[in-house]
Design a protein around this ligand. Structure first.
Ligand code: ISL
Ligand code: CA
Length: 543
């Protein structure tokens, strides 16, 4: 098997609005990102993934796109994008962009025309319009619920309803329509020619819907992740339909028009057996393993997840793609600082007070968790700010919250703004070095202590731990061999061999355990003589 670059890559996720602001408008932008690329090269990442930069109404953090072939003016221009890509490539950093094929913005030209053209028109067929149920069609066509709360159907002036699995401002495209398919092939080529190395594919499992009448209802709530939906809905009406794989087979052919081929990373909230269908030969290349986000600091669960994901991915010739954090979930140091039975989302709703997160414990565990994830075979995605150990900002005032979850849940769900607060680069300044103006989301007063400036050069910092781990990882990451170390892997302690001679030990338990002999390469906390302390990961080189 040829060793494609992404098989062992560490990709750093950038939320551009919150990374670096170059023109003092409080919003992070592409020139700001370009000016900070050298920092990412210093850190040692292989690639970056940018969440959407397209023109948008910004109803859902840019996931409501009005034009797939341009850049939102608040972030810069296509020229700025080209400069950013060239500068990243110059530094040896690949660039992935977000592709959002499930829906567009309601301000997209296609949707405006669909509204104007009326029922039964070809324009309307690019989206999913239906008549309502009941007398006068006043009830939605099905009971499907939007991920952000409320019905997934919204009625328009002429009485028809359109489908939106997310906000009403995000109408779902109709992937049974050949124009939709052709349009996205063209969009792939457009960005491929601009030099991107690949795409992160948003809600990759949801594109194709089973719209045969009568529409079938979804059994059970989706929860926030949807990982369990398939148990109750083995033949789900809009997730993981067999036809969605035809789409990715078409895309794969476009990917191979480029050299090296473009890469596609599927965002699929499904367990391993379903998820691996997206990374079969001839489809996409990677699919996020989100399962770590559902369990917290439990060796037995981690063991099950690691074994399942590695076996699943290798059964289709692919590798696992580990994720500990992204722009949709509560930050690691906060989540890992909560008691195991507290759901971070419920905690968020309390404003982060009940119970208070133990940030010292959370930080200790987050350090151990990242050394665990970065030691596993395959690829890994990091989310900006995790390398600084930023906590969730759970007490943002209501008036600054932007996440549509907040409005659509009638202010019951706090949403995802607290993990999207602009990064601190310096100890002080109007926005701790993010830019020269107050940022679009307010930063906590102690943000400067987490800054790059405060952490660079401090060997005990989270940032230096990430850097050391990424550097050492290069020594064995291309070697995909993995095996549990039966002598040490037991109970609260995970132990596995990587490559030829690296032994990784993760102690999730409350007491120190004896360390086998070996050269200590790196550890998430100081080792006690001959012992691995509680909540600590160590990488050893075996004699
Ligand atoms: O947010 C989630 C879990 O906390 C998921 O259910 C999420 O809604 C789902 O994974 C899809 O997310 C992606 O598409 C959304 C966008 O809001 C998210 O930011 C994006 O990651 C709609 O485009
Ligand atoms: Ca700006």
């Amino acid at each position: 098997m040829p060793h494609s670059w992404w098989r062992s890559a560490v990709t750093y996720q950038i939320y551009p609005r919150s990374f670096a602001d170059s023109n003092a408008d409080g919003i992070g932008d592409l020139p700001g990102l370009t000016s900070r690329l050298d920092h990412l090269a210093w850190l040692g990442v292989d690639a970056i993934w940018l969440t959407p930069c397209y023109p948008s109404r910004w109803v859902d953090g840019g996931y409501d796109i009005t034009d797939h072939r341009d850049i939102d003016p608040s972030l810069g221009s296509l020229r700025d994008f080209d400069r950013m890509v060239a500068a990243a490539h110059e530094l040896g950093i690949r660039v992935l962009i977000d592709l959002v094929p499930n829906h567009t913005s309601d301000r997209h030209e296609w949707f405006r025309r669909a509204l104007a053209a009326g029922p039964g028109s070809p324009e309307r067929d690019r989206y999913v319009f239906r008549n309502g149920r009941g007398p006068g069609g006043t009830r939605p066509p099905s009971g499907w619920e939007s991920r952000f709360g409320g019905s997934a159907w919204t009625r328009v002036a002429d009485g028809q309803w359109y489908l939106h699995l997310f906000a009403p401002e995000q109408p779902d495209l109709n992937w049974a329509n050949p124009e939709v398919r052709a349009e996205f092939l063209d969009i792939l080529r457009f960005w491929g020619r601009r030099g991107v190395d690949g795409f992160r594919v948003d809600v990759a499992a949801a594109l194709v819907k089973d719209l045969r009448e009568p529409l079938r209802e979804v059994v059970g709530g989706e929860g926030s992740t949807g990982l369990d939906d398939f148990a109750a809905n083995p033949d789900h009406p809009f997730l993981d339909r067999p036809e969605v794989h035809d789409v990715y087979r078409e895309w794969n052919r476009v990917f191979h028009e480029f050299d090296p081929p473009l890469v596609g990373v599927a965002e699929v909230w499904a367990r391993s057996d379903r998820r691996i269908r997206y990374i079969r030969p001839g489809e996409l290349q990677q699919a996020f393993d989100f399962e770590f986000l559902r369990v917290r600091w439990r060796a037995s669960e981690y063991r099950r997840i690691v074994s399942g994901s590695i076996a699943g991915a290798s059964s289709v010739g692919a590798v696992a793609t580990w994720v500990l954090a992204n722009h949709d979930v509560v930050r690691q140091v906060s989540a890992l600082g909560l008691p195991a039975d507290v759901d971070p989302r419920v905690w968020l709703a309390s404003g982060g007070t009940e119970p208070p997160a133990d940030l010292e414990l959370g930080t200790r565990r987050a350090r151990a968790a990242i050394l665990f994830a970065l030691a596993l075979p395959g690829s890994a995605f990091l989310y900006q700010g995790e390398e600084l150990g930023l906590p969730e900002v759970a007490d943002l005032p209501a008036e600054v919250l932007r996440d549509p979850k907040w409005a659509h849940s009638r202010h019951k769900v706090k949403g995802r703004d607290g993990c999207r607060v602009p990064l601190p680069w310096t100890r002080g300044g109007v926005s701790f070095g993010f830019g020269d103006a107050p940022p679009w989301l307010p930063q906590p007063a102690d943000w400067g202590g987490y800054s790059v400036e405060a952490q660079r050069g401090d060997p005990g910092s989270m940032l230096e731990l990430y850097r050391a781990a990424l550097r050492l990882r290069r020594g064995f990451s291309g070697d995909e061999r993995f095996g549990w170390d039966d002598r040490h892997d037991a109970g609260d302690v995970l132990a596995f061999r990587r490559g030829g001679d690296v032994l990784v030990l993760v102690n999730t338990g409350p007491t120190a355990v004896p360390l086998p002999p070996g050269e200590g390469l790196l550890s998430s906390a100081p080792l006690e003589a001959g012992f691995l302390p509680a909540d600590t990961t160590a990488w050893l080189r075996l004699p």
